[in-house]
Write a protein that binds this ligand. Sequence first.
Ligand SMILES: Cc1ncc(COP(=O)(O)O)c(C=O)c1O
Length: 391
Amino acid sequence: MDFHDLEPETLAIRAGIARSQFGEHSEALYLTSSFVFESAAQAARRFSGEEEGMVYARFSNPTVSAMQTRLAALEGAEACVATASGMAAIMSTCMAFLSAGDHVVVSQGVFGATQQLFATILPRFGIETSFVKATDIEAYRAAMRSNTKLVFIETPSNPLTEVVDIAAVADVAHAAGALLAVDNCFCSPALQQPLSLGADLVLHSATKYLDGQGRVLGGAVVGAKRLVDEVYKFIRTAGPSISPFNAWVILKGLETLSLRMQAQSQQALALATWLEKQPQVARVFYPGLSSHPQHELALRQQKTGGAIVSFEVHGGREAAWRVVDGTRMLSITANLGDTKTTITHPASTTHGRVAPEVRAAAGIQEGLLRVAVGLENVADIQADLKTGLVS
Ligand SMILES: Cc1ncc(COP(=O)(O)O)c(C=O)c1O
């Protein structure tokens, strides 16, 4: 089947199907760590790559292949390689393209563990990072050096939903001979396709919307085959591979991705609009609101504002924790992208390990809360938040 003729909703359901001899309708889960060969000669051919086929699940498994094919189709990419988690996708990309002496430019306000990776782990291996204001294109240009190999952005950012102009940053990166990698976790390919805007690689925490129901960890790197092959080589050797079971859950999650993203975005817009009217709320961060500083860009670059709404309450940490502790239904958890609405206090959880001055520079205040809007009735979500929103 030529995938180019199919719409994204169809690809999400049909791409990547490779039926076994049993003709199963739903995709099979190949829960096996290794594969058998017909002969010693075939084993040798498989290991050398002379013959295509499965070998060992650290680097080949039919269920994982199905997930990779489907996700590549949704991102409009040639290739995809899955990883054990979103962080494994980011780390594997760095290991594939960076060496000691190289430099990276990263947008400020990226996910806490990503910030830690670039700020504290990679420097031990001689890789330097400059963090720049996510929305300031001139800052990216000014930060580029002759040894800059990679520009890494997250858009919309976590938790402030800042929207980065992917096409503009791609131009800056390419003019300096660097690759642009985009963490597309918040939008998923259902709302945003960074490769079509000039990015070289798309990275995912599949743990979030791609699974969609908070069940498994997973990640992926998507892009041109020549680039994804480099990441694959690292994963094959170093082993941050996805389990077939997790790949299967994510593969099935992709089937409802578009519907979920549309519905959850609508709920998020309704919630953000309501929050803006609450006197205890100082500011709402949601790209779908006209008050959002990059609203126009978000409308151009994304299909909707997404399903993450962050807001700052008057009264700092105490007032924010009151809202969290006032909830009876919302899940107090750091995960996002679930059908169940979650609430997080970033300054003391996801971004708790980030130095306070770095957090403040990124705009993550003590009164900030992040709500990842799920599929419950939005009136119930509002009522649950209302309990702790007291003056
Ligand atoms: C934007 C973003 N990128 C990457 C990650 C890391 O993903 P994982 O938890 O699957 O390693 C997260 C996790 O919350 C995230 O929110």
